[in-house]
Each structure stands twice: as structure tokens, then as C-alpha cells.
Design a protein around this ligand. Structure first.
Ligand code: OSB
Ligand code: MG
Length: 368
């Protein structure tokens, strides 16, 4: 297959509620979407980069640059026998995982549609349902957080994650635990602590958390290994794992006991397939993170969680928690039993509502 046309759009979607983490606060999602075309069909990819480099180094600007100047010309010169060939073909470009992943995702979607397969089938997954979990941002007060947790628990989510940062941690966990003693609960620090906080973080051990996500630096493995030796609570890595090789190194030195995977953070589906095989072989629990994706990226997350190594509920929640109107129809919904139906139609499996995409488009660029 030769890709004939690639279109990049910059979109803006307001969030229903501001989302606050240790690294910042946002109430408008500004992101890139790609459409690739061949043989009269289109495939779609959503990029997880933000306008700023506060989660990881890539931004919408760096993704745009790397796509336009390197990855798009490379893809337009290929005759693909399978989308798995893209990951090694992109190998000469170091880093820029988010840029690689969104272009690769669009090609996998197009390939699946052309083959009449659901994306999960092309990835080696199954149909059926996946377990939903939810990530709750920092709130104005512990009481407000407990109320948010109550709403999500009542909606059926099988695991709740709350964001923490220094000065807003132990008392938040204590407040949620006091009201929900049995709820599967975890925390995510987005790199807000250092090894000086080991004694403080040890206080989390008494709350029976399923894990603590990315407590230390975004690019660290060694200090996390030291911290994990001091904690009973399992450490889960997010930011620090940007490839299957990173996951292997992290597991080899005991930097984590659980892995959060985001396809945009590790460079795409082929990289995911390799990381997934590693975790499955080593019996390491794996779950799918989220980046407040619109329906395009959200559906991709639903499909990939059908691979057998995804043993824990992830961060994929209902579209309606995040956006007043998603770009897909139907949106992603969560049943009262806390599960999401996996679409069986070709590719991502739900229609992309093009007039909505156009309404929220701020710029378009296309190649050739
Ligand atoms: O660390 O998992 C994270 C959102 C943006 C950036 C980083 C993270 C998150 C989330 C939200 O936790 C998960 C979601 O609902 O998509
Ligand atoms: Mg995280």
C-alpha cells in the first residue's frame, strides 16, 4: 500500500471541567489529528501531545515539525506490506514518540478498514468488553475530591486514580479511604517528588493503594528502583517508559512492578506489541493510560486493551465525562458494570463526525 495523501489538523475542544495535575492545569484540549488516504479510504490518528512540554518534552509544535520535515516524506516514499513496517522505518528518527505514534495509528486504522477488520483484530486482540477506570485531577479541597470519587464510583468505574503533589497527598488519600475503604484506589504524582520524600511517601503504604504512579523524575529509572525497595505499595511507571526497551530496563532493575502504557508515549502500536509481549512473558501487570483523548484516540485505547496482557482497568473513561460533544458517534460509553464495549466495525469502529471535526479545526495542512 502506498499512502497518497496525508492531512494534518490542529483542533481545539473545550473540556467540561478543568483537569489539574502536579504539572499544570488545562481547560481547553489543543491537539493534532491526522488523516491518511489510499485506495479511496481514510485512516485517522490522534496525537497525545499538548501545546506545552510539561508532561513530556514533545509539543504540538515539535510534532508538526517532525511530521512535516521527516516522517511524512518518509511515509510517502514507502510501499507498505504491513503497518508493522513503519516502526523500524521510523527508527532513524530518535525520540519524537508522539509524532511517530499518531502517523502510525492513522496507517493501522486505514489498513484495518481496507482489510474489513476491527483495529483490535489487526492488533491481535479480541472483541467483547474492557474494564474501565478513571483518573481524577486535583480538586479545590479534599471534600470536593471525595464527592468526585463518589460520582465516579457510582458510575461503576472499577478503579479510581487520584492525582497528588507535595502538600496535597496523604490527607487526600486518607479522606477518600475513610469514605471508600474497599475501593481499588491508586495515586499519580506525575514526577512531583524526589528521593528526599521517601519517608513521606512511605506513609501511603497504610492505605492499601493498588499502586503509586510515576512519583519521581520523568526520565528516571534508577531512583525509582531505590524508592520501590523502600515501599510496600507497588510503583507504576508512566513518563519514564518510552519504549519496550525502557520497560525491560525498568523491570530488570526493579524500578516498577506495574506498567502504564500509552501508545503515544512509546511510539505506536508496533512498539506496544513488543512492550506487551515483554510484560506478558514476565507476568508484569499492564494497563492503558489516557491523555484526555477525543474519541479517535479513546477508541484506539479501547481496542488495544483487548490484548491479553492488559490485566488491570486503565484510565479510559466515558467521552461524556470529558467533552460536551465528542468527535465520534456513538461516543465511548461505560456501562453500570464498569465496562466498555469494544467496537467490531472496520478500523476504529465508530463513525468520525466530520462536520464536528471541521467546526473545531484551527488549521489544516496536507501533503503532497
Ligand atoms: O499522567 O496519566 C497521566 C492526563 C494528561 C496527562 C497525563 C496524565 C493524564 C491523566 C488523564 O491521568 C487520563 C485520562 O482521563 O485520559
Ligand atoms: Mg500518569
Amino acid at each position: 500500500m502506498k499512502i497518497e495523501r496525508i492531512e494534518l489538523r490542529g483542533l481545539e475542544l473545550p473540556l467540561l471541567q478543568p483537569f489539574e495535575t502536579s504539572f499544570g492545569r488545562t481547560d481547553l484540549k489543543r491537539f493534532l489529528v491526522l488523516r491518511v488516504s489510499a485506495d479511496g479510504l481514510d485512516g485517522y490518528g490522534e496525537c497525545v501531545a499538548d501545546p506545552d512540554p510539561y508532561y513530556l518534552p514533545e509539543t504540538n509544535g515539535t510534532v508538526h515539525h517532525v511530521l512535516r520535515d521527516f516522517l511524512v516524506p518518509l511515509l510517502l516514499g514507502l510501499d507498505l506490506g504491513h503497518p508493522r513496517e513503519l516502526w523500524p522505518a521510523f527508527g532513524r528518527v530518535r525520540g519524537h514518540e508522539m509524532a511517530k505514534a499518531c502517523l502510525e495509528m492513522a496507517v493501522w486504522d486505514l489498513w484495518a478498514r481496507r482489510a474489513g477488520l476491527a483495529l483490535h483484530a489487526l492488533l491481535g486482540g479480541r472483541s467483547g468488553r474492557v474494564q474501565a477506570g478513571v483518573s481524577i485531577g486535583l480538586q479545590a479541597s479534599p471534600a470536593a475530591l471525595v464527592e468526585r470519587v463518589a460520582v465516579e464510583a457510582a458510575a461503576g468505574y472499577r478503579r479510581v486514580k487520584i492525582k497528588i503533589k507535595p502538600g496535597h497527598d496523604i490527607e487526600l488519600v486518607a479522606a477518600v479511604r475513610a469514605r471508600f475503604p474497599e475501593l481499588p484506589l491508586m495515586v499519580d504524582a506525575n514526577s512531583a517528588y524526589t528521593l528526599d520524600d521517601v519517608e513521606h511517601l512511605r506513609r501511603l503504604d497504610e492505605f492499601g493503594l493498588t499502586m503509586i504512579e510515576q512519583p519521581l523524575a520523568w526520565d528516571d529509572l534508577v531512583d525509582h528502583a531505590r524508592l520501590q525497595r523502600e515501599l510496600r505499595t507497588p510503583v507504576c511507571l508512566d513518563e519514564s517508559i518510552r519504549s519496550a526497551a525502557d520497560a525491560r530496563r525498568a523491570l530488570d532493575i526493579g524500578a516498577c512492578r506495574v506498567v502504564n502504557v500509552k501508545v503515544g508515549r512509546i511510539g505506536g502500536f508496533q512498539s506496544l506489541i513488543e512492550l506487551h509481549a515483554l510484560c506478558l512473558a514476565r507476568g508484569v501487570p499492564l494497563w492503558c493510560g489516557g491523555m484526555l483523548e477525543s474519541g479517535i484516540g479513546r477508541l484506539a485505547n479501547v481496542h488495544l486493551q483487548t490484548l491479553p496482557g492488559f490485566s488491570l482497568p486503565g484510565d479510559t473513561s466515558a467521552s461524556s465525562r470529558v467533552f460536551a460533544e465528542d468527535l465520534i458517534d456513538p461516543p465511548v460509553t461505560v456501562d453500570p458494570d464498569g465496562t466498555i464495549a469494544v467496537p467490531d466495525g472496520p478500523g476504529l469502529g465508530h463513525a468520525i463526525v466530520w462536520p464536528r471535526v471541521e467546526r473545531v479545526t484551527r488549521f489544516v495542512e496536507s501533503w503532497p
